[in-house]
Design a binder for this molecule. Structure first.
Ligand SMILES: NC(=O)c1ccc[n+]([C@@H]2O[C@H](COP(=O)([O-])OP(=O)(O)OC[C@H]3O[C@@H](n4cnc5c(N)ncnc54)[C@H](OP(=O)(O)O)[C@@H]3O)[C@@H](O)[C@H]2O)c1
Length: 336
């Protein structure tokens, strides 16, 4: 089978095409023939040697992929040959509270990932693809969509009529916009690009703010919420935006701490207390959350925003495109 390995965490030129034997599924594992994979910011960090956690040497990269089960190992009962499935970012977080060892079973990091024609996955580490989605669309769900769902629903307990402030228009943020809309929330999307703001508006964003032109976007967001403050913040900036997110938040609101795109800053815990803020670090999500999200996607007919599709052989170009931040939504690699 075709695969890429990351020869060393030294950049995208280290992505090395290789031929490997098709792996065999073991006890309670399945062999999935992958049709598509998608990229996340984490994949850039891993390839560039900037990820906060160590990765397997010579790892097959990418956490996200979807395809069809072609073989099942002994003891498999939940899925069968021919089922269309997507892999779960954490192969052994079936449900419940996060576990200390989640990261030991993260695809494209501690474990080989999805940039290969086939992957052996745990039976509890795959979920059925909603019938309304193509494999290319399903390949966008495992990290970005599930992180947004975990933040909005599992952590934030989002209710219709609430207001969500969403930073940026990358993979996580565009899913947060779509899911928040699906659930009847008011959305405020920030972006550095007027062209992307137009795309967010077309996708149903209630309000938009260009954070490059409006550095006091937290005040603008607060004003848009009628001065009350927003109910939830999808925080992808991290330290560099966290204080502003708290300024925009209503008393007792939720901040989901997801990303670290905006550099470093000092955080004042006093503001967390003053806002009585619920601040939750989010780490993707469990298989149980993924199944719940897929039910919502199927019920609401949500279509992931696929910005650009690259052929398998051009995987390094897909990485470069994601790094350019020209995308709105998801960048995908199609295998045929
Ligand atoms: N904790 C988790 O489980 C988890 C899961 C997934 C992702 N993440 C993290 O979340 C972040 C986003 O990931 P992704 O895959 O969605 O990335 P992505 O698709 O590469 O998104 C990049 C976008 O983020 C926006 N952005 C950058 N700096 C910003 C800032 N200062 N304020 C507001 N928006 C900003 C930009 O939007 P505009 O171009 O519109 O300005 C940019 O295009 C990354 O840090 C990633 O590591 C964490």
């Amino acid at each position: 089978m075709r695969a890429f390995r990351l020869a060393a965490p030294t950049g995208f030129d280290a992505l090395t095409p290789t031929e490997l034997a098709i792996p065999k599924p073991g006890h309670r594992q399945v062999l999935v023939k992958l049709a598509a994979a998608s990229l996340n910011h984490r994949d850039l960090s891993i390839a560039l040697g900037r990820y906060r956690l160590p990765s397997k040497e010579q790892v097959i990269p990418l956490s996200d992929g979807a395809g069809t089960v072609v073989e099942t190992g002994p003891g498999v009962t939940r899925v069968k040959t021919g089922d269309r499935v997507a892999g779960c970012f954490f192969q052994r977080w079936a449900g419940g509270e996060p576990r200390e060892d989640n990261q030991a079973y993260a695809l494209g990091g501690s474990l080989d990932g999805m940039l290969a024609d086939y992957a052996v996955l745990e039976e509890d580490g795959v979920v059925p693809t909603p019938a309304c989605l193509t494999d290319i669309e399903a390949a966008t769900l495992p990290c970005a969509a599930l992180t947004a769902w975990h933040a909005l629903v599992a952590h934030g307990r989002l209710k219709a009529g609430e207001t969500v402030l969403i930073q940026g228009t990358g993979g996580v943020s565009v899913f947060a916009l779509q899911l928040a809309r699906l659930m009847g929330a008011t959305t405020i999307v920030t972006s550095s690009s007027d062209a992307k703001i137009a795309e967010a508006t077309a996708l149903g964003a209630t309000h938009t703010i260009n954070y490059a032109k409006e550095p006091a976007w937290e005040k603008a967001a607060r004003a848009v919420s009628g001065g009350r403050g927003v109910d939830q913040v999808i925080e992808v900036g991290g330290a560099g935006t966290f204080a502003k997110s708290l300024e925009a938040l209503r008393t007792g609101g939720h901040v989901s701490l997801i990303g670290f795109l905006a550099g470093a800053a000092t955080v004042d815990p006093g503001l967390i207390m003053a806002r009585r803020a619920n601040v939750q670090g989010i780490s993707v999500g469990s298989t149980e959350m993924f199944l719940a999200m897929n039910r919502a996607i199927a019920a609401g007919g949500l279509k992931p925003v696929v910005n650009k599709v690259f052929p398998f052989a051009d995987a390094p170009a897909a990485y470069r495109y994601l790094q350019s931040a020209a995308h709105f939504g998801k960048v995908v690699i199609a295998f045929s």
